[in-house]
Design a protein. Structure first.
Length: 319
């Protein structure tokens, strides 16, 4: 079933990049291969024209995507517990735990958020990607919005493309920044490791703002806000700035213990085996009612326990 097209304008800062390479950042939650297939099928057009995926954009062009309501195929419902923060006829807001993959892929066809959503609401099988419009990494916890209808999904995807969805994260990093700052550095695939992203000249623009909430002896609690939503953005940008996330298996730089650290802190840091990152705040305008929606998710237990250990160490070292 055809729905009203999804529209967006190419930001000027993306000039000179390939059409297929800019789309994943503008229409989040969709893979690059899927979007390239939609271009080739003529469903995603540039200024009203069918163009090749490799076409270079100039900035300012109009993108129109004539999506269809194709059912989610090949994925089965699974009775996986969901922490649903909010729910109405048009959308869900979910507090995702660390360890839960958002969307099935190679090697993880089952046990994902998508499988859980299909069990929670069978009607989501009629919405592309079961209503998922943006992602969190497997081991990042926190808030996600999910559309329950195709019109709501189209509207939310347009808001994400226009950067009208506000997302705030908290991170525990190795190192102690003197003050907050901004990382403005383009991101692209790592040249030799397909699992990683890297700061690379000619990559897609990416901007992360961070400020210091709390300082400890060798770590800090940061608040991060995104202007863009690139894969692994916070993790790569903070590591690039010299403040890698505690526990990050891809971008971390080893354990950093303060001098004379108590056994409790050493154990807490050594035992934290995921990136210390949590999507704590999500705000957007409801796609149907126009109401401003805002949600907050408390820190999960593992992050709370790590913070308690860091605070106890800092207090014990205080003069």
């Amino acid at each position: 079933m055809a729905e009203r097209p999804l529209r967006a304008d190419v930001p000027p800062e993306l000039a000179g990049q390939r059409f297929d390479q800019i789309l994943p950042g503008m229409f989040q939650g969709y893979s690059r291969s899927h979007l390239a297939a939609e271009i080739k099928a003529g469903r995603i057009r540039l200024d009203g024209h069918v163009v090749a995926p490799r076409t270079l954009v100039h900035g300012g062009e109009a993108i129109e995507w004539a999506r269809t309501a194709e059912p989610v195929l090949g994925d089965r419902p699974e009775a996986i517990a969901l922490d649903i923060v909010y729910e109405d006829a048009d959308l869900l807001v979910v507090n995702k735990p660390a360890g839960l993959v958002v969307h099935p892929g190679a090697g993880n066809r089952d046990g994902t958020l998508l499988n859980a959503l299909l069990h929670h609401d069978a009607a989501l099988a009629q919405v592309p990607r079961a209503g998922i419009v943006h992602r969190l990494d497997k081991d990042t916890s926190g808030l996600l919005v999910v559309a329950r209808t195709l019109p709501a999904q189209t509207a939310l995807a347009a808001m994400l493309a226009a950067r009208d969805v506000h997302r705030r994260y908290v991170a525990i990093v190795n190192g102690v920044p003197v003050a907050g700052g901004t990382v403005d550095a383009p991101l692209d695939r790592h040249p030799s490791d397909r699992l990683r992203r890297a700061v690379r000249e000619g990559g897609r623009p990416a901007v992360t703002h961070y400020r210091v909430r709390e300082k400890f002896r060798a770590q800090a609690l940061l608040q991060c806000e995104l202007e863009t939503g690139r894969t692994h953005q916070i993790r790569v940008h903070l590591a690039h700035a010299g403040w890698p996330l505690v526990g990050d298996p891809l971008y971390g730089r080893g354990l950093r213990l303060p001098r004379g650290a108590a056994p409790a802190l050493a154990e807490a840091l050594r035992g934290f085996r995921r990136q210390a990152l949590h999507a704590e705040h999500l705000a957007f305008v409801h796609p149907v009612t126009g109401e401003t929606m805002a949600f907050d998710a408390p820190l999960p237990p593992d992050l709370r326990m790590l913070l308690e250990a860091l605070r106890a160490d800092a207090a014990a070292d205080a003069p």
